[in-house]
Each structure stands twice: as C-alpha cells, then as structure tokens.
Design a protein around this ligand. Structure first.
Ligand SMILES: NC(=O)c1ccc[n+]([C@@H]2O[C@H](COP(=O)([O-])OP(=O)(O)OC[C@H]3O[C@@H](n4cnc5c(N)ncnc54)[C@H](OP(=O)(O)O)[C@@H]3O)[C@@H](O)[C@H]2O)c1
Length: 283
C-alpha cells in the first residue's frame, strides 16, 4: 500500500486524486482547513470501503508554524511517503497578512510548498519511486517575481500575486532538483489549465455566478483533469525535474527556470522562515 500526502485533498483536483487512490487501495492523508470538507471526504472514503486508509489532517498551510507542525506529525507517523501532492491554494481577492506577518498568497502558494517538500524529503526518499507533484501555473509566460517587494506591500493585485506564485513555483522545482542532486525524488510541475473546481468560491456576487457559468461551459471536468496527473504519479518521469501543461511537456531550461533565481528564492525563503517563526518560537 502506497502513502500519498495531498494538500488541498478535500476539494477539486486534490480530492479527485484522493478518491482515485483510495479506490485503488492506497493510503491518503488529505490536508485542508475546512472540517466539513474533511468529514465529507472521510464519508466518501467510507463509501469506497477505504475509511481505514483515509485521514483528514486539518492544517492552515498559510501558517509556517502549522505547516512545520504538520510535517513533523507526518514524518513521525509515516516514515515512508510515496508521493506529495502540493495542491492547496486559495485566490486572495484582497491583500491579507497571516499572523506571522506574511502575505497570504505568498505564504500558502510559495512558502508552505517549499517547507513541506524540504521537511518531507527524507520520508519521501524511503519510498521506491518517490514523486512530488506541484499543481501550479507552469508553462505560462505571465507573471514575474517582484524581488524588492515579494509580499506586494506597495502594490497588490490578486492576479499579480497568483502569477508571481506560479513563477516562484517553477523556481522551487529548479531549486529542489539542484539542491538535492542525489535524491531519487522526481519533482513534477503540473499545470492542469482550466478545471471545473472551486475557483469561483472566493469571489462575491455577481462575479461568483458569472465565473461558475464560465467554468461549467469551458473548464475540464475534474475527473478528466486528473488523468495526466495520475499517469505522472504512477510512472514518474526519468528526470529530476519536469514540467507539463496537461500532457504537453514544458522545457525546464527556459528563462522561467533560471538556476540563479531559484537559489536566490530559496535563500530568501529560508531567511523569511527564520525571521517569521524563530523569534516567536523563543518567546
Ligand atoms: N482549477 C484550475 O483551473 C487550476 C488551474 C491551474 C492550476 N491549478 C492549481 O491546482 C491546484 C488545485 O486547484 P483546485 O482548483 O482543485 O483547488 P480548489 O478546488 O479551490 O481547492 C483548494 C484546496 O486547497 C485547500 N486549501 C485552501 N487554503 C488552504 C490553507 N490555507 N491550508 C490548507 N489547505 C488549504 C482547500 O481546502 P479547505 O477549503 O478545506 O481549506 C481545498 O482542498 C492549485 O494549486 C491550483 O493553483 C488549478
């Protein structure tokens, strides 16, 4: 039985992956913030006779402290992890800071993904064919890193924060492969493009209804969207880092995958983690 950690495993693509692997006899550890969604997943797992192989671990991954605590719990309870799916995301229509003083999109979409991959690396390396699947916006040319204002204090636009996060996730993949050259972990960046999930949820009316209609008309159904992801998880690519838009391979030597920028990002993240968490931990 394989063990899959799926952040955002309570809704959308993450949940569809969770139910797929539960149906195949694997163990799924799903992470999200909503107790109701967690319990719904557990009830659906029960209906698949997989209740004993499904756990809901509530954690707000925009908190560095909670992310680190979750990783600690996972490492202790599951010494070997076959796959980590990084799927937790929430579109922030307004700029918000977490209790640790970090802009929320950056905290959830970038920092927590970096931290979880690093903290679970050893457990992943004990599995026979370990893989990290980062569900993100790879392959798009939009967005850039605002190096002098990564938390967008001076000027925040929701899409700007999301696209900066997408570019940062490309670099997280580059850095992971470069900083752990002997690791057997395959790091896969996957952009599922437009999928019918909870996209409209953060918006107020009438935008929410309009988005729901557009989604229903044009987005891929979630069961279809997970097919290429399942293929990548079942047979991870040969190379340490790979990137895909649905099934189309993205060149990971392009400008979005600059190694110097990748090291610069992880250095910045490590400093941010030290500054944000350690002083509070000493209190
Ligand atoms: N759908 C698309 O069209 C599309 C396109 C490109 C890329 N993607 C990427 O694919 C991934 C999945 O997208 P999706 O549309 O399937 O997502 P979704 O349906 O909106 O679900 C988001 C998931 O993230 C969890 N989550 C949100 N905030 C969290 C937090 N602070 N801590 C922990 N968990 C949190 C949610 O759980 P709770 O509600 O329980 O917190 C939920 O399970 C995302 O990374 C997204 O960027 C999606």
């Amino acid at each position: 039985m394989r063990t899959f950690v799926i952040t955002g495993g309570t809704q959308g693509i993450g949940k569809a992956l969770a139910l797929h692997y539960l149906g195949r006899g694997d163990r799924v550890l799903a992470i999200g913030t909503s107790q109701v969604r967690g319990e719904t997943l557990l009830a659906e797992a029960d209906r698949l006779s997989a209740g004993d192989r499904c756990s809901f671990l509530p954690a707000d991954l925009s908190s560095l402290t909670m992310t680190a605590r979750l990783a600690d719990r996972l490492r202790t309870q599951y010494p070997s992890i076959d796959a980590l799916v990084l799927g937790a995301f929430r579109f922030q229509t307004k700029r918000q800071e977490t209790a640790e003083g970090i802009e929320r999109t950056f905290a959830l979409y970038v920092l927590s993904r970096y931290l979880l991959a690093e903290e679970l690396r050893t457990a992943l390396e004990r599995a026979p064919h370990p893989v990290i699947v980062n569900l993100c916006g790879t392959g798009s040319k939009a967005g850039r890193l605002y190096w002098n204002d990564l938390q967008l204090r001076r000027r925040y636009r929701p899409l700007m924060a999301t696209m900066q996060g997408a570019r940062a996730n490309d670099l997280l993949g580059v850095a992971f492969a470069a900083e752990h050259p002997d690791s057997p972990i395959r790091y896969v960046l996957h952009n599922p493009l437009f999928v019918d999930t909870g996209l409209a949820e953060p918006f107020s009316q009438p935008t929410r209804t309009a988005l729901n209609i557009i989604t229903r008309l044009f987005a891929a159904p979630v069961d279809k969207a997970i097919e290429p992801i399942v293929d990548l998880m079942d047979t991870p690519p040969e190379s340490a880092l790979s990137a895909f838009q649905v099934r189309r391979t993205i060149d990971v030597t392009g400008p979005a995958f600059d190694l110097t920028a990748a090291h610069r990002l992880t250095r910045t993240l490590r400093n941010l983690i030290i500054k944000s968490v350690e002083p509070k931990a000493k209190d």
